[in-house]
Each structure stands twice: as C-alpha cells, then as structure tokens.
Design a protein around this ligand. Sequence first.
Ligand code: ADP
Ligand code: MG
Length: 682
Amino acid sequence: MPEASAKSAPQKAMEKLGLLRDIDLALHLPLRYEDETRITPIAALHENEPAQVEGVVVDCQVELRSRRQLLVRVKDDTGTLLLRFLHFYPSQQKQMSAATRLRIRGEARIGFFGREMVHPVVKVVDEGTPLAQALTPVYPASAQLPQAYLRKAVASGLARADLRELLPPGVFQGLGLGGLPSLKEALHHLHHPPPDASLAALEDHSHPAWQRLKFEELLAQQLSQLQAQRERALLAAPALRAQPGGLHEKLLAALPFQLTTAQQRVAEEIAQDLARAQPMHRLLQGDVGSGKTVVAALAAAVAIDAGWQCALMAPTEILAEQHFRKLVQWLEPLGLKVAWLTGSVKGKARQAMLDAAASGAAQLVIGTHAVIEDKVRFARLGLAIIDEQHRFGVAQRLALRNKLKSMALEPHLLMMSATPIPRTLAMTYFADLDVSTIDELPPGRSPIVTKVFTESKRHDVLDKIRGAVADGAQVYWVCPLVEESEAIDLRNATETHAELSAALPGAQVGLLHGRMAAGEKAAVMAQFSAGQMSVLVATTVIEVGVDVPNASLMVIEHAERFGLAQLHQLRGRVGRGAKASVCVLIYSPPLSDTGKARLKAMAETTDGFEIARRDLDIRGPGEFMGSRQSGAELLRFADLQEDAPLLVAARALAPRLLDEHPEAARRQVARWLGTKAEFLKA
Ligand code: ADP
Ligand code: MG
C-alpha cells in the first residue's frame, strides 16, 4: 500500500478492516464469484440464473408510457434480449446506441415480451475482446470501499505478498493431509478460480484450497499458544510458599465449614503453582455455588503470608462488594488490611485506597475494573485473581499482568469462571491455560427444581409466591429490562415491583436495577441478605455471584430472551442453602427453536458442564466465546466443530515445528496473526 500522508477514503476503509499488509490483502477472501469466463447464447438463458451474454444493440429508446424507463434490445445469433433500466443517465442511453456490441451480465427473466434483464451490468466491447481467464472474485465492499478498488488492491497484495512455503517438505503426508496445495496455490485458486472450478466446493469450504488455508490458520494459532506458554515459562514471578502454621492454615481453622474434597484438591493445585518462580496462569472452573470464593481467599492468604499483595477483580460492583464483605469477614480477624476500589469510590476515600495499594499497606485490594486503571499502583502485587473471567476482555488481563513490570516480575494469575470451557475450545483458545475444576457442590444443598410456564400462567405463579412468602421464603424475581425502551412488550422492573408490592400486601418487596447508584444497590442487597426483605425484583444485575443462601425461589420473566449460560448463572442464585429450591421460567410464546432448546436444557439439567455443552451446540463457538473473550476474531476460516481433524493435525505439528524449525514457526505466526499475536499471551 502506498504511504501517503493524506489517506483516501478507500484506504481508510481498508485500514479499518485490518487490511494493512500485503499478506492481509492476500488473506482477504472473496464472498462469492462471478463468471465472466464464458458467454451464454441468449436462447440458452435460464430464468434467475446469473449469466453473461454478448450481443449487438438493435434499438435503444426511452419509454414514457407507464413509467419512464430505458429499453435496450440486443440480439445475438440465437435470439433477442430486452434490457430494462428504471434509473439511467443520458450518457447510458448514448453508450448503448444501435449497433454497439455489449457484454451483459445479469439474471434473465422470461416474461410476456420474451427474455429480459433488469439493471444488468453492461460493458461496451469489440468483437473478439478476450474473456476473463478466471472467475471474478466478489469481495465484501461498501460505499467507502468500492469493489473495483478492493479487487485491484487484493490482486496486487496477492502478487506482492510473501507466500513462500514455510513448512518442511513431507509434513502433510505424516499428518494424513497429503494432496493439499501449497498456500500460494491455495490463495491463487481462491482469489481467481479457473473457469472449471467447483463452485460448490469453494462455497462450502470443502475444497482442498480451503482445507490448506484452514490448516495454516489453525497451525498459526497453535504455534502462538505454544510460544506464549514457553515464553511464560521463562518469565519470573515471586515464589509464594504457604508457611506451616501461617495465614492460610489460620483461615482454614476459622472457616465455619470444612472444604469439600474438590476444594482441597484445587487449593493444593493452586498452592503448588504459587510456590513456583514462574507466573501461574490458571483457570479455576466450578459450577455456580461450588465454593470458588473460599479457594480464592486461601490463595490470597498464601500470597499475603509470603509478603506480597493480592488483587481481586470482579465484573460488577455488587459482586465486588460481596467479595469484599466475605473476605473482610474472613481475613480481617486474622489481622489483614483489605482495600476497596470501584468506580464509585471517589475523592479522599479513593486517594486513601490508592495510597494503601501503592505503599503496600493494603494487602488485599478488591474491586471492579477500577483495579486495573493506570493510576492504581501496587507496591508488590504477587497474585491477581479475576472472578467471572469471561466477563473481562483479554486487554484487561494483560493490564493486570503488567502491574508488576517495574520489578521485572509478573504476578501470578488466577481466573475463575462458572462457565466451563468445552473441550474443543479448550484445545484452541485456551491451550495455554492450566485448568482446575471443582466438580462437587458443598454438602447439604438440595437440588433446584426448574419449572417452565407460559406467560398465561403468570397469575398462578404469583399465587404460589404469595404462599411461599407467607411461609417465610425469600424470592428473586428477575425482569429483563429496566425501562421501556425498544422492546415495549417487556415488563419493566419498576412496573413489576409496583405490581408485586400490591399483590403481596405485608411483604417487603425490594427493587434492584442497573441504573441505581452503587450505594442504593448495596443497601437493598444488604436488606435482602439480612432477611428483612421477602422479594427482590431485579434485573440481571444479580446475575453473577450474588450469594444469599436463604433465598429459595427464583422467577425469571421472559426467560426466552436470556442466553443459556445467563439463565444458569441466574438460577445459581438459589439452591445455596438447605431449603428445597425452585426456579420458575416464564416465557411468552411463540418460542424459536433455539429458545425451546434453551428452556428444555434448563428444565432437564442443573449441571453446569452439561449446560455449557448444550450451549456450545446451540450457539456455536464464535458466539459462545464472544469477541471479548478472544480479544480479536482469531479464527476467521477454520470451524472448530467441522475442522476438528485439521485442529488435531495442527496441534501435533506445532511443537515439532517450534523445536525443529523455529524461524519457520515465527514466520507462520507473523504471517497469520501479525499484531494480534500479543493478545494470545494474555
Ligand atoms: P461460587 O463458586 O459460585 O463463587 P461461592 O464461593 O459464592 O460459590 O460459594 C457459595 C456458598 O457456599 C457460599 O455461601 C460459601 O460460603 C459456601 N461454601 C463454600 N464452600 C463451602 C463448603 N465447603 N461447605 C459449605 N459451604 C460452603
Ligand atoms: Mg462466585
């Protein structure tokens, strides 16, 4: 691309699409193709099939009778074709004057007056103007980026790009992928397929050229993960060893419960990581309510006991606040200082927190995204814990890790999630992640029964709630939106709050939604936690992490509008105590197929792993991950389900290539990921 100080609109549009390097252009593949390699005789035109014909203009006139339009009749040796233009310029009329030879592309329709094309693409030619040698690529274009400009740019990018073979000869045979073309051949084929190419195989991506491309992409992705893993192993982190008789044992002794076997196991896995002088990069996964918080607290205790600070970051203020309360309750009696940092902590209080973090006086800092802001400095950050990690982006993880750069060390990183990662995803996006899994719930939990009702049964549900509240139950009532906005038919939380207050006289009904100030939210949560409130009408702000063990009933309205993972998270707010819990899902028909599948999954299982599997089935990996998770759309061509064999092959080849041909491996990653490679390291 030319280096110009003033960039043209198409150049800017290309930059926006990430089309910066020659290789980026070469990897920008057509959406579809047009066939300009052959001429169809007019008599052989089929209805509604794109085709190109060549003919001579018989006459060209503007018709005024029904509607002003330009009608051009052309003929070839086999018949005549009418071209109809409803919008046209005088210049077009001139261009298509009688006896002019035209090459015309469009879809014919066969009407009352014979064959015609409406608004075809027309080009003036001479007899014998050569035909295209290859199918014409059609790229996703826009007003700022015209097709012709993009075609030219891609063609020259393709010609200039360095597409040298990087893989040592013979690797494909060994992997059972013999017969694939080289990357260069594959790309030339995909941009300019020969006239006889199978359009079907190109379109469904089963063509060997596509296979090669997808393999290359998966290989680059596997290589960069492997590289990140090896680079991490070279980084230094403070070795944090649990001391006998130290904080961590004191915390265990002070807990009102015994750890489950699973909690003990994962706590041990984490302790072993912390004791190493390389940064931990571990995901702690466990279903909602499995008790991840206490495991995090134990890890914090180890880090603090070793003389380092710990940061705990949660995605919402409510959740951060809850962690804060719990950890203060557990850790302050042991003499620790816990600081609290969110967006709503302001002024002097904020400065005091910042000072405490920077001086090291605060041994544990808990908060929201505010914890990773540039202004926040730590004296000695040894361990960073991210709760509900899927709610954070890759850039945020990177920011946390960079908090210890000044000492040429990296903090240990513990991520927690209640959304388990299915295997195919674990093999790709999370290849560079150690995983600990809590696979049992604390004892004494009674299973949650889930019931699904249509909107018309809402009154019956209300009656049941009235009974339960009279018996002393605490209820969450979840509504999807706060105020009437684009979706007017959604019951809004304020309205529901008023309605429930009227329907449940004598009961305390609270309201919690995202637009309330942090202080108000905290006050409502505190009342509900303390059992002073029977019903909490809430939006999804309660989705993650809220922990009120006495709550045993949950109603979710418009359940069909929630994602499966979200429904499972919400449901996880009940079933936390000994009381038998019920989750009622109310939907308004008609249900879409995926809506049906989601509610069915909810009714059939409470197992988070099973829910995650079904969710991946329903949504596919792209949506399952979300763009925040992957940081950038890293897999453009390969499909994790369909291309599993290619993924397995790429996984097998990556370590060999990295060991035996490190330079080729480096180029492979640079070719595919360019600047995105950084993201994979987070
Ligand atoms: P999550 O994994 O969803 O974050 P929490 O850490 O919030 O779960 O734990 C859910 C509830 O279970 C909390 O009230 C917590 O104190 C309690 N809990 C955790 N571990 C145990 C245990 N081993 N025995 C009994 N209760 C436990
Ligand atoms: Mg939690």
